[in-house]
Design a protein around this ligand. Structure first.
Ligand SMILES: Nc1ncnc2c1ncn2[C@@H]1O[C@H](COP(=O)(O)OP(=O)(O)OP(=O)(O)O)[C@@H](O)[C@H]1O
Length: 946
């Protein structure tokens, strides 16, 4: 939501050290204050001008104090000055006046954040211009936002559990923590800001920290800040917190008429570091408390005849239900009012409705029994309840019907074509996959019918044999049913892995597959997962334990057969002291194992075999081999300019135009403008930045359009975007394309590069210069080790063959004797590495020594060996696309790379003359066809493709 501006808003200063955050209620004392009384009067006289959105309720801006200021005016009324106010405040509704003598005050309810932009007038109360910020909800696709929210929830729940554990023992009000837990869990991405503000109240930060939180209009920033605060508090709690153990007290009953002071109970206390209690993960919370009691009983002497153990006491004088339970040593039954009873029934009903698997049903029944016996004030009660609620929310048997019928393939093809341009090979592979799925399912349907019939036959035979003796253990009919069942095809879906540079449509392809199948879709972001427990859940005995990503995903989609997108699987962390997350993924992804996947929290085997997993990755290098082995890789490569143009025309422009509130005829982007955006404002393999830049163009058109509309001058609006407009809208060009040079000089050769990030290719100049010297070689241009070595190989080969090449007049002359060399690769600031410039270096050296220039529109790539062989290199597609864009006409490639031509887009094959070479001599003959080069021993392999 965009911030709104309000003018002439009544503004008050809050009392000293008070901050009101949105959602909070605060009473600010009226005392002798002039402004609050004046506002009250104006309100009574209906003189206030209020923002339209808030008419009907009385809103004011309330600002905390920057300094302790304020003074009495001539009328003996206390007044604050605008300079006393902090620049951020809260828009608050006045909920009422407390009119008691001595401490009357105004009850305020915070609504939204305000920033004070200026003051209108000062008397009788301050009014000013403000900007009002409502919290933005976090986009569900925003990974950081989601992670922040879940981290904040986890930390705050952990803090609450610690508090509860101590407060349980110290009689602190349990219902408050329960309510807080409920609130924390119930907040989603759209209420993240509200949650953050709510959690401030639980933390009790300092005044300065509260002011900082107030000034944080950005929800994510606020969450980060709170996460820090919670982390600090938790580490304090973990390190220094101790538990005050209570003992069942055999207190002399208060028969003398005196009541037992609850504080008396704390006299007997023994401190245990809390970590000791949690370190043994096999203990339940109940058992921990028992353990504490035992230790206390053996070590603490009891004065005044008090002894531990005997559950004998009185409830008089203690908070009613708690005292009863505590004095009996926390047995069952306390506080089980009608509320808990309802809650229990509700939970039971939920579990009944949840269609649990047989194993889950057993566990649920057992846990319900335990819960029934438990005291709601026990920390373990909540743990057990949460567990059962989780069980009820997991889809054990519910699934959606696959839309797998005769029209499946046609429909899927249409869906994929509608959503994506090109990507033929990938679409074909996805369709094959769907076809197999459909065949398996229809084979199973036939078998199901047969099984049903065989089962009926078996039942009939059984009936007829009922009264005969029961020796027919393996009746043929039963065996038939078994046999048929074993033939049933298991729904073992292979796991697809889409690998490619960012923004090439991996996520959206997976979405299209889900839509085509009619299945629910859920994205699990694996980037940065370092902890095995994030995938498999925490054991239940951990504080604030939760199920892992997989089970949470299933809970969210509510069916057993969704499409799960495992995004960024290459970024899952390897083994560390938190376990090995990638090993946990192995079990999830193995079709042989994943029908009995066990989440640590749930602890019951679950069937993941119906889930269709599609993983995405940017590169295969960081995926552990065993994980890679379980997936079927589908490679996506970058798009050419032409492909990008078509994607933009068909998908991105319509999408952006509509999402910016315009219609197609309102924006006209020509091919020329599109090409400029692609070449000068984006350098990427995918189309994500392109989409962003098109979005900017559409937004700027939307502004123009609405201005024209508002001033009723439609005729002045121009839908076309012209080239000169681009600089104004998108800023100055971000990238300069390397363009093949027009003139040539000896020692300069055009090479080809593929950038490792972004999957983009381009040309690169190799420059070699010589000078008088003693044979040294200087290398510049941020060259990596491999590249440096390839220069050395090139130089050694040229030195060794200088006589054959006609560069020296005698075989004994060292060509480097009286000269030094300098090899440079612009752009100097960009790091370069790899062996693929070997051929270009060799040719550059020969060109320099022979004084023959190389044609500037001829580019080359290939690794060379000391024997002069030219061997294969990678990234051919990207390099050639880049070469074509840069204006190269002819390219020399290693013969071994011939296979890569199959993947090339047609416009590249048509636009470039591609020649293959196996040896440097062949390259020489192609570069300088007029020269008489030696090496006739290598005539084979000179071939060209035009
Ligand atoms: N061939 C295509 N046709 C139409 N739109 C495309 C195509 N390729 C990508 N897009 C669009 O580009 C945008 C980015 O794609 P997507 O989010 O799927 O990228 P990704 O490959 O998953 O990237 P990352 O690796 O960063 O997750 C989406 O809006 C998508 O629709």
């Amino acid at each position: 939501m965009e911030p709104e501006q309000y003018s002439q808003l009544p503004i008050v200063a809050l009392d000293d050290q008070a901050v009101v955050l949105p959602g909070q209620i605060h009473t600010t004392p009226t005392g002798d204050r002039a402004d609050l009384l004046a506002i009250t009067n104006s309100y009574a006289n209906r003189k206030l001008k209020l923002p339209t959105a808030y008419r009907g309720s009385l809103v004011i801006g309330c600002f905390p104090l920057k300094t302790k200021g304020g003074e009495y005016n001539a009328n003996k009324r206390f007044e604050y000055q605008p300079k006393d106010l902090y620049e951020y405040g809260t828009l608050a509704e006045i909920w009422g006046w407390e009119d008691k003598v001595g401490y009357g005050g105004v009850r305020l309810h915070g609504v939204a954040r305000l920033k004070l932009d200026g003051i209108d007038k000062r008397r009788p109360f301050i009014t000013g211009n403000v900007t009002c910020y409502k919290d933005q909800s976090i986009d569900p696709m925003d990974v950081t936002g989601r992670e922040l929210l879940s981290q904040l929830q986890r930390l705050s729940l952990e803090a609450i559990t610690y508090t509860r554990l101590t407060s349980l023992l110290r009689f602190s009000p349990f219902p408050i923590t329960a309510a807080a837990e409920k609130t924390i869990r119930s907040k989603g991405l759209d209420e993240a800001g509200e949650l953050a503000d709510y959690l401030v109240a639980l933390l009790k930060p300092t005044y300065e920290e509260q002011l900082r939180i107030l000034s944080m209009v950005d929800v994510k920033e606020r969450m980060k800040f709170l996460i820090d605060l919670y982390q600090k508090q938790l580490s304090d709690m973990r390190n220094t917190m101790t538990i005050t153990a209570i003992t069942p007290i055999n207190q002399t009953p208060s028969s003398e008429g005196g009541s037992v002071d609850p504080l008396e109970l704390f006299k007997l206390r023994k401190f245990y570091p809390i970590q000791n209690l949690f370190s043994d993960e096999h203990l339940t919370m109940d058992e921990m408390i028992q353990k504490m009691r035992k230790r206390r009983a053996t070590r603490l002497p009891f004065p005044n005849g008090l002894t531990s153990g005997s559950p004998h006491g009185t409830s008089s004088g203690l908070p009613n239900n708690l005292s009863r339970g505590l004095l009996k040593g926390l047995p069952s039954g306390i506080g089980k009012g009608s509320d808990e009873g309802d809650e229990f029934e509700e939970l039971k009903k939920k579990l009944d409705d949840a269609k649990l698997s047989p194993e889950a049903e057993k566990v649920a029944a057992r846990e319900l029994q335990r819960l029934k016996k438990m005291n709601p004030a026990q920390a373990e009660y909540q743990v057990c309840r949460n567990y059962l609620e989780n069980l009820a929310e997991i889809p054990w048997t519910t699934s959606t019907d696959d839309r797998l019928d005769a029209t499946t393939l046609v429909r899927a093809r249409k869906q994929l074509d509608d959503d994506h341009y090109g990507l033929e090979k990938i679409k074909k592979r996805l369709l094959e996959y769907l076809a197999v799925l459909r065949l398996k399912q229809s084979a199973n349907q036939d078998l199901d019918a047969q099984i049903e019939k065989a089962a009926e036959d078996a039942a009939a035979v059984e009936n007829s044999l009922d009264d005969v003796d029961d020796e027919h253990q393996n009746k043929p009919e039963d065996i038939k049913v078994q046999l048929l069942k074993s033939k049933r095809m298991v729904d073992k879906s292979p796991i697809l892995l889409l690998v490619g540079p960012p923004g090439t449509g991996k996520t959206s392809l997976a979405k299209s597959v889900a839509t085509a199948l009619g299945r629910n879709f859920h994205r699990i972001s694996l980037g940065g997962v370092r902890d095995e427990a994030e995938i498999r859940g925490h054991r239940r005995t951990y504080v604030a334990a939760m199920p892992g990503l997989i089970v949470s995903g299933l809970k969210k989609v509510g069916v057993t057969n969704p499409v799960f997108l495992l995004d960024e699987i290459d970024k899952v962390g390897g083994a560390n002291f938190h376990g090995d997350p990638s090993a946990a993924m192995l079990e999830v992804l193995d079709p042989e194992q994943n029908h009995t996947f066990v989440d640590h929290y749930v602890g019951i085997p679950m069937d993941l075999s119906k889930v269709l997993f599609i993983a995405t990755a940017n590169s295969l290098d960081t995926i552990p081999a065993p994980l890679l082995d379980r997936m079927e890789t589908i490679q996506l490569s970058g798009y050419t300019t032409l492909e990008k143009r078509s994607i933009a025309r068909r998908h991105l422009i319509p999408k952006q135009v509509i999402s910016n509130g315009l219609s197609i005829e309102n924006v006209d982007i020509s091919d020329e403008v599109l090409d400029k955006i692609i070449a000068s404002y984006t350098r990427e393999a995918g189309v994500r930045n392109l989409e962003r830049e098109i979005g900017s163009v559409c937004r700027s058109k939307a502004v123009e359009y609405s201005q024209a509309k508002d001033s009723s001058r439609f005729e002045s609006y121009r839908p076309q975007v012209w080239l000169p407009d681009l600089e104004e809208i998108l800023g100055i060009e971000k990238f300069d394309e390397e363009i093949a040079e027009t003139s040539s000089r000896p020692g300069v050769v055009t090479g080809l590069v593929a950038y490792s990030t972004g999957g983009q290719g381009s040309i690169l100049f190799i420059e070699v210069a010589d000078m008088p010297g003693k044979g040294s070689v200087q290398l510049t241009g941020k060259l990596g080790d491999v590249l440096k070595e390839s220069v050395e190989v090139a130089l050694s080969w040229v030195k060794a063959h200088s006589y054959e090449l006609g560069l020296t007049s005698d075989p004994s002359i060292d060509i480097m004797k009286d000269r030094s060399l300098h090899v440079h690769c612009p752009v100097g600031a960009m790091p370069k590495d790899g062996p693929s410039a070997g051929l270009a270096h060799t040719i550059a050296l020969i060109s320099l020594f022979s004084g023959k220039p190389v044609p500037p529109t001829l580019a080359m790539t290939g690794e060379v060996s000391l024997r002069g062989r030219v061997t294969a290199v990678g990234g051919i597609k990207e390099k050639l696309i880049g070469a074509l864009r840069a204006g190269v006409k002819t390219v020399l490639l290693p013969s071994q790379n011939r296979k890569d031509l199959r993947d090339l887009p047609p416009e590249v094959i048509q636009g470039l003359s591609i020649m293959f070479v196996q040896h440097i001599y062949e390259a020489l003959r192609l570069v300088w066809p007029d020269g008489s080069w030696p090496g006739q021993a290598h005539p084979a392999g000179i071939e060209s493709r035009l």
